[in-house]
Design a protein around this ligand. Structure first.
Ligand code: FES
Length: 148
């Protein structure tokens, strides 16, 4: 039995938007667990098509289990020109990560995006919710090795 009463209470008491509902689920489990989402849709009578539209629109949401650290690397034009591709190559070669994959030890998940909205800091990446500008492959490798 899935214990989701606390999530229901949180959602019902605040009349949250679909984005906020998905954020709560992802915050609790690290990703959007579809069986939890099903339960919530049934209980709150939310059409699945509506919430799935939101779920698939925003890249911040994932239905796949993620690692402890989500590494988001920008491969937009500004970042690519300034060496963002070398960061991606390092993650592929040194951490055996492709876009959307998680390391076997569940520490890191790689997500490649088109723009993080901070082109003036290119190349840019994020680790969970923290931004890192003027990044390069060596700096990122050092940061990742220091994470517990
Ligand atoms: S292109 Fe990388 S932040 Fe915009």
């Amino acid at each position: 039995m899935i214990k989701i009463k606390k999530i229901f209470d949180q959602i019902e008491s605040k009349k949250l938007s679909n984005v906020e509902i998905l954020q709560i689920i992802q915050e609790k489990y690290g990703y959007v667990k579809l069986e939890i989402l099903d339960e919530i849709c049934k209980k709150l009578k939310i059409p699945k098509s509506k919430i799935f539209g939101v779920l698939t629109f925003y890249s911040q949401f994932s239905t796949q289990e993620r690692g402890k650290y989500l590494i988001t690397v920008c491969d937009g034009t500004a970042c690519h020109i300034k060496g963002g591709n070398r960061i991606i190559d390092m993650l592929k070669n040194d951490f055996n990560l492709e876009d959307g994959e998680t390391t076997k030890d569940k520490r890191f998940t790689l997500q490649i995006v088109r723009c993080l909205g901070s082109c003036f800091l290119a190349p840019v990446c994020m680790i969970n919710t923290s931004y890192y500008g003027n990044m390069d492959d060596k700096k990122l490798k050092k940061i990742l090795k220091e994470l517990k």
